[in-house]
Design a protein around this ligand. Structure first.
Ligand code: BGC
Length: 271
């Protein structure tokens, strides 16, 4: 296929869940800059998603805002139908939406547990199933992409690092790893690639308390061998690569984009 290095995703259609802000918004921007049409999913308030769409359109890209609480099956199905109606099919799903509801284990309510598992894990299952069904319905289009379709699951370093006070979150992220790998194994024969990106500490609203004061930021940097807190663009660049044909032989893997957070920085001295 003709390879446009400036726009490697030209003509492709993507859904990025939870892309009204934070990492998702930057992934939406990155995919659009690489030539994809992007559906900016948001769960409730529309204004932020509209702003992401407006910025993409102002930059010469194409985007629409699509509402769905991804933990609800009927809303997910309706969102995918809307995107397919608008653009004919779908080539890329980025399962980005995620929430945190922090509590010590002994204080955690069943509702806090369920809320996080429902969005972070059930939501990724529901969206991935809908995407895979659409890829299979559409069939191959080698002019657009070597794979039939691509799914990226946004996980976290807490898919391997235990995290006190966040049992629901860590469990959901650990679950995403095996969901991703199982989907990759199951769908590889149909040329659907499924991978994960596990971000470390990225400067967004979800972890504002961890970086907003100088003392908190210094303590956080102490956990990051590379010495800086991550930026959403660090994740967006990895996502663009993973869904491009440059990563055509990559499936079932997790790319840790974490400035070395997984390198046990506590062991830089001693041990
Ligand atoms: C969490 C952030 C946290 C980071 C590193 C992420 O998955 O959402 O709140 O700062 O992991 O611990």
């Amino acid at each position: 296929m003709a390879h446009d290095t400036a726009k490697p995703l030209r003509g492709q259609r993507a859904i990025v869940t939870g892309s009204g802000s934070g990492i998702g918004a930057e992934i939406a921007n990155g995919l659009a800059a690489a030539g994809a049409r992007v559906a900016v999913n948001y769960p409730g308030e529309r204004a932020a998603a509209d702003a992401v769409v407006a910025a993409i359109v102002a930059g010469g890209g194409e985007a629409i805002a699509v509402q769905a609480d991804i933990s609800r099956e009927t809303e997910v199905e309706r969102m995918f139908a809307e995107v397919v109606a608008a653009w004919g099919s779908l080539d890329i799903l980025v399962n980005n939406a995620g929430i945190q509801r922090d509590a010590a284990l002994v204080d955690m309510t069943a509702e806090q547990w369920d809320a996080v598992i429902d969005v972070n894990l059930r939501g990724q299952f529901l969206c991935s199933r809908a995407a895979a069904r659409e890829f299979l319905r559409r069939g191959p289009d080698p002019g657009l992409s070597s794979a039939l379709g691509k799914i990226v699951c946004i996980s976290s370093v807490h898919d391997v690092i235990p995290w006190a006070g966040h049992a629901n979150y860590a469990a959901s992220k650990g679950g995403i790893t095996m969901l991703m790998k199982t989907m990759a194994q199951e769908l590889a024969a149909q040329r659907i690639r499924v991978n994960a990106i596990s971000p470390g500490a990225i400067r967004t609203e979800i972890n504002r308390s961890a970086w907003e004061t100088p003392a908190a930021a210094a303590a956080l940097r102490n956990l990051i061998p590379y010495g800086r807190i991550g930026d959403p663009t660090d994740i967006a660049k990895a996502a663009v690569w993973l869904v491009s044909d440059d990563a055509d032989y990559v499936t079932g893997t997790t790319l840790y984009v974490d400035g070395g957070m997984l390198l046990y920085p506590g062991f830089r001295e001693g041990g």
